[in-house]
Design a protein around this ligand. Structure first.
Ligand code: LMR
Length: 407
């Protein structure tokens, strides 16, 4: 009997709005089903991809008898941390040279954000974080649970399907001095809309003049443009001014290490001494949370980042993934144009990164799922990385039917 259980009063929670899409997709028996929900790269054949360079690094690790399975330090693998900071801030970053950066290995992007948020909730004087509207669905949950108070700033303009730059400046301009601001480093999720470098510069000036603290979420370095340095440029301009910031990095997408849960949190400080005290407190956040991070994924990343041949091989494979996504944008746009689907679809080729924010509403999405077995988040976001030349016509038919039926 249910009522005998001490947990009888537990209510069923809804599925996660993103990962729950995969749960529903897995239950669908249609041969035409298509998962454009979660942001996970697929090949032209619709298969998950393990990069060749990752296989190579793993082989190297297996053959290396000096590799052991001891606990890592609380802050993770030292090489991995150094190389991750270099990857995002640039090899010649003065902040790194002056030892003003502390980097800790965390459980991918989410874990890095959570550790950073817990640290801020405990040690930073301003407990309010501003996140863009819309943003990745997990952001508000991560920050709320860490004890920060979450407010929003305008970001996306549904009318132009582009950036609401004026709204963004007004909202950040009205934020209390010292507030934390979550910024997507590149390839904004879910909109695929990024500020231009000129707009980034204005955001930087405004934030620095008000003492707002930038917290970058960098989940797509290399995925937006296909170039690791270009995608890190906004972060680097904030670091170049000598100010402080936080950055959460994930290797899920750009190295395809989704399930390895490998990422890093860096905190750029004013001085080496502050950075080392900050690190000592990060250890106190991490130790009771998960003690220390896993070794395998970080070893793969460190192996690739420290070997120039493997690094180059990675950049080629990364660029191929980014290029395939860009070509999917063009193919979908061309197919909708050829079909004469009502509406302006140019945002599909203007937006960047893994996602297109289609503008389809939840009713249209539900229709596409029911009638066409196409799975996507209810906000109309589609993962371009889940699309292939073979499935573009099916998606085109579904979008066409959805917009002509419910306009
Ligand atoms: C996404 O937005 O689809 C990805 O970041 C995966 C996730 O964890 O939600």
């Amino acid at each position: 009997m249910d009522s005998d259980s001490v947990f009888a009063s537990v209510v069923r929670a809804p599925e996660d709005p993103i990962l729950g899409v995969t749960v529903a997709y897995n239950k669908d028996t249609s041969p035409n089903k298509l998962n454009l929900g979660v942001g996970a790269y697929r090949t032209e054949e619709g298969k998950p991809l393990v990069l060749n360079v990752v296989r190579k690094a793993e082989q190297h690790l297996v053959n290396d008898q000096s590799q052991i399975k001891e606990y890592l330090p609380i802050v993770g693998l030292a090489d991995f941390n150094k190389l991750s900071a270099k990857l995002i801030f640039g090899a010649d970053s003065p902040a790194i040279q002056q030892n003003r950066v502390t980097t800790v290995q965390c459980l991918s992007g989410t874990g890095s954000l959570r550790v950073g948020a817990e640290f801020l909730a405990k040690h930073y004087h301003q407990r309010t974080i501003y996140i863009p509207t819309p943003t990745w669905g997990n952001h508000p949950k991560i920050f709320n649970l860490a004890g920060l108070s979450v407010k929003t700033y305008r970001y996306y303009d549904p009318a132009t399907r582009g950036l609401n730059f004026q709204g963004l400046l007004e909202d950040l301009g009205a934020a209390p001095s010292g507030a934390i601001v979550l910024l997507h480093a590149c390839a904004h999720n879910p909109t695929g809309v990024d500020p231009t470098l000129e707009q980034w510069e204005l955001i930087r000036q405004l934030m620095r003049s008000k003492g707002l603290l930038p917290f970058f979420d960098s989940a797509y370095q290399g995925f937006a443009s296909g170039n690791l340095d270009a995608d890190a440029q906004p972060v680097r301009t904030f670091v170049a001014d000598g100010g402080e910031c936080l950055a959460a990095q994930s290797y899920a997408k750009n190295m395809g290490l989704y399930g390895e849960r490998v990422g890093a949190l860096s905190i750029v400080c004013k001085t080496q001494d502050v950075a080392s005290r900050v690190e000592s407190q990060l250890k106190l956040v991490i130790r009771p949370m998960y003690s220390n991070p896993p070794i395998h994924g970080a070893s793969i990343v460190a192996t690739i980042l420290k070997d120039s041949n493997m690094y180059n091989e990675w950049t080629v494979e990364l660029k191929a993934m980014a290029d395939r996504i860009i070509s999917m944008r063009q193919q979908l746009y061309d197919a909708l144009s050829a079909k004469g689907t009502p509406g302006d679809w140019s945002h599909i080729i203007k937006q960047i990164g893994m996602f297109t924010f289609t503008g389809l509403n939840s009713e249209q999405v539900a229709f596409m799922t029911k009638e066409y077995h196409i799975y996507m988040t209810s906000d109309g976001r589609i993962s371009m990385a889940g699309l292939s030349s073979r499935t573009v016509p099916h998606l085109t038919d579904a979008i066409h039917a959805a917009v002509t039926r419910f306009d």
